[in-house]
Design a protein around this ligand. Structure first.
Ligand SMILES: C[S@@+](CC[C@H](N)C(=O)[O-])C[C@H]1O[C@@H](n2cnc3c(N)ncnc32)[C@H](O)[C@@H]1O
Length: 194
C-alpha cells in the first residue's frame, strides 16, 4: 500500500473515532460556536472562583437595621454575572432538621439555612458558622433584589451561587429574595415581606 493511501486510511479512522467518542457532528468539532466557547469560559471562571474562594468586587458593611451586609466595591456586576458563592455545609434534610432544633435553642444564631433541590434531591446549605466568606452576609429583599440564587454543579457536588439579576453598580447593596413565604416565618420576621 502506498504511503498516501495509508495516510488517508488512518486519517479517516481517526476522524471517525473522535466523532464517535464525543458524540458530536464533524461541524461542531471544527467550528464550536462563539456562544459555546464563552459559556465554557464563564463556567470555568465560576468554578475557579468557588474552588479558590475568590470573592472580588465586594466589601462587608454595617447596615442601619439589618446587621452586616455586602456591597459592590468599585465594581459593576453585569446581568448574569457570578457575584458570590453562598458557602456553608452541604447537608441533607435530616441533618438540617436536627440543626434547626439545636439553633432554635440558641438565640445568638441567625437565619443562615438555605434549602434547595438539585437533580430531584432536597439539600440545605447551612452557613450558620462564620466561615470568612461573604455569601452568608447577603441580606434579603423581596421587592428590590438584584441577585438570584442558582445551583451550579462541580464534579457532582451542588454549590449555591448568587448571580446578578440586573446590572449592579458600585456601592449598591447586594440583595436577593430569600424566598421564604411561610406564615410562621413572616409572622416572626416581618422584614421578609419587603
Ligand atoms: C443570612 S443573614 C444576613 C447577614 C446578617 N445581616 C449578618 O449580619 O450576619 C440573615 C439575617 O440578616 C438579617 N436580615 C437580612 N435581611 C434583612 C432585611 N431585609 N431586614 C432586616 N434584617 C435582615 C436577619 O437578622 C436575618 O436573620
Amino acid at each position: 500500500m502506498s504511503s498516501a493511501k495509508k495516510f488517508r486510511r488512518n486519517r479517516k479512522i481517526l476522524d471517525y473515532s473522535i466523532i464517535e467518542w464525543e458524540g458530536l457532528t464533524e461541524d461542531s468539532i471544527l467550528f464550536p460556536s462563539e456562544h459555546d466557547i464563552l459559556m465554557k469560559a464563564k463556567q470555568y471562571e465560576i468554578e475557579n472562583k468557588i474552588l479558590n474562594k475568590r470573592e472580588e468586587g465586594l466589601i462587608i458593611v454595617e447596615t442601619e437595621n439589618k446587621g452586616r451586609g455586602v456591597i459592590a466595591n468599585y465594581k459593576t456586576f453585569c446581568l448574569g454575572d457570578f457575584v458570590v458563592e453562598y458557602a456553608g455545609d452541604l447537608i441533607d434534610l435530616k441533618t438540617a432538621n436536627q440543626r434547626e432544633i439545636q439553633y432554635c435553642n440558641d438565640p445568638v444564631v441567625g437565619c443562615y439555612m438555605f434549602y434547595f433541590s438539585h437533580s430531584g434531591v432536597r439539600y440545605c446549605i447551612d452557613a450558620s458558622a462564620e466561615n470568612g466568606q461573604m455569601g452568608r452576609l447577603v441580606n434579603h429583599s423581596r421587592t428590590n433584589y438584584n441577585c438570584k440564587m442558582k445551583v451550579t454543579e462541580i464534579e457532582g457536588r451542588p454549590y449555591l451561587i448568587l448571580t446578578a439579576s440586573r446590572n449592579i453598580f458600585n456601592s449598591e447593596e447586594i440583595l436577593y429574595d430569600y424566598g421564604d413565604r411561610s406564615k410562621e416565618s413572616l409572622s416572626f420576621h416581618s422584614w421578609l415581606k419587603s
